[in-house]
Design a protein around this ligand. Structure first.
Ligand code: PLP
Length: 448
């Protein structure tokens, strides 16, 4: 068969799963036993055969307002017909400014400007580049070192994986960025197991930043980046007082503090941002995911006036920041964001998440005592379960639980190693919380 004939015969086989290489997925196993969804509405996905699947993860921590919400769908449809694209280098369009204004209003005082990109990974790399360039613009070009944290996740760009602290995401990719160091992670099962909200133990771990300053000298450090609640390695709420301590040390040493709020933004912790919940404002805050309730890819970075203004001293015709993406401020994303913000406001979804936090935690904690459950952590509309691993096969228990949950129990959960995380759309009803964890228990029983 010629190459053209082979391609044509391939195209005639719509159910052939072979050609697609899925991200962060064991592809061989997936293709033998695929987990496919074909449609979604509100709290549910629907399998190709129409079976509803209760969404315990808001897709991937992102569809915070629920799926295919009419207001967002109509806004995207109308926008596609009105202005499909506008360049954001040297040009723009009105909705981009409107989104920026609303973001400034939604985020804590001290975050005065919004920069747009298309994903959380781009947002993290944007924030890191801004931090290094900020110090250079201020005449402190020696401040290039970036400090991340073990068990941190900041997407998959080279910047993000360098400051990130998940070894499988790092070890395949060479030497990464130079001049990076890491704070220790904040999880300690012996001290924190089965905590709701912020654990009492562990604030002192922020003082490790002082150790890194002593080691490297503040004059070499540009920024510290942390997720206020580490999400991807299993939902680790910050110890009480930890973030305040980090803020104090950053202030003391002229280091920029970056919060990666890609997961925690837009109501996940019962507030517009985790910064608001924890009463700590960073210099730069990344966001993505919930900004459009996942309906159109979008991300960005909010920055303080001091950061923006550091770049405003060149000649009038000169570009101030040599960074950006073709699709920064894409009209479809802007329309989706504006409609999403309206839904968040009209339905009081952040307040709803706050009001539901205790009920959600109660429902999750009904699994305490299950023989496979080693720890449960909850905060906002997040719950994570550490499962007892299968001996010698790290991640197998979690994977099997996730597969069983989808195929047999018709719920979608997020797996990370042997941890299963829940982060449902904020519109979840109390009865659905009960249903979610009852079905999860059955999945655990099946893989015990
Ligand atoms: C904290 C954090 N930062 C960055 C990212 C990367 O976002 P994206 O997958 O949109 O690139 C994620 C994704 O889960 C995240 O949780």
């Amino acid at each position: 068969m010629s190459q053209t004939e082979a391609a044509a015969s391939h195209a005639k086989a719509p159910n052939d799963l072979e050609s697609l290489w899925l991200p962060f997925t064991p592809n061989r196993h997936f293709k033998r036993d695929p987990r496919l969804v074909a449609r979604a509405k509100d709290m549910h996905y629907f399998k190709p055969d129409g079976t509803p699947v209760l969404d315990g993860t808001a897709g991937l921590w992102c569809a915070n307002a629920g799926h295919c919400r009419d207001k967002i769908v109509s806004a995207i449809q109308a926008q596609a017909a009105e202005l499909d694209f506008a360049p954001s280098f040297q040009f723009s369009h009105p909705k981009a400014f409107e989104v920026a204004n609303q973001l400034v209003a939604m985020t804590p005082e001290g975050l005065d400007y919004a920069f747009f990109c298309n994903s959380g990974s781009e947002a993290a790399d944007t924030a890191l580049k801004m931090a290094i360039a900020y110090h250079r613009a201020n005449g402190e070009a020696s401040r290039t070192r970036l400090i991340g944290r073990e068990r941190g996740y900041h997407g998959v760009g080279f910047g993000g994986i360098s400051v990130g602290g998940m070894s499988p995401n790092r070890k395949f990719y060479g030497s990464l960025l130079p001049g990076v160091d890491h704070l220790p992670h904040t999880y300690n099962r012996a001290e924190q197991a089965f905590t709701r909200g912020e654990p009492a133990w562990g604030a002192y771990l922020a003082d490790e930043l002082q150790r890194l300053v002593d080691l490297h000298d503040a004059s070499t450090i540009a920024a510290v980046i942390v997720e206020p609640m580490a999400g991807s390695t299993g939902a680790l709420p910050p110890p009480q007082g930890y973030l305040k301590r980090l803020r104090e040390l950053c202030d003391k040493h002229g280091i920029l503090l970056i919060f990666d709020e890609v997961i925690t933004g837009f109501g996940r912790l019962g507030h517009a941002t985790a910064a608001e919940r924890f009463g700590v404002t960073p210099d730069i805050m990344t966001f993505a995911k919930g900004v459009t309730s996942a309906a159109v890819p979008m991300g960005g970075a909010m920055v303080g006036r001091h950061v923006y203004e550091a770049f405003q001293s060149g000649p009038d015709h000169m570009i101030d920041l040599f960074h950006g993406y073709t699709y920064s401020g894409h009209p479809l994303a802007m329309a989706a964001a504006l409609a999403t913000f309206e839904l968040y406001r009209e339905e009081g979804l952040f307040e709803r998440a706050r009001a539901n936090e205790a009920a959600f935690a109660d429902a999750a904690f009904t699994l305490k005592g299950h023989p496979l459950v080693l720890d449960i952590r909850t905060i906002g509309m997040v719950a994570a379960f550490d499962l007892a691993p299968v001996e010698g096969l790290m991640g197998k228990r979690g994977y099997d639980a996730m597969c069983n949950a989808f195929h047999e129990q018709n719920i979608m959960v997020r797996v990370s190693g042997d941890t299963i995380a829940f982060s449902p759309p904020l519109i979840i009803e109390e009865a659905q919380m009960g249903e979610l964890f009852e079905r999860f228990k059955k999945a655990l029983d099946a893989v015990a």
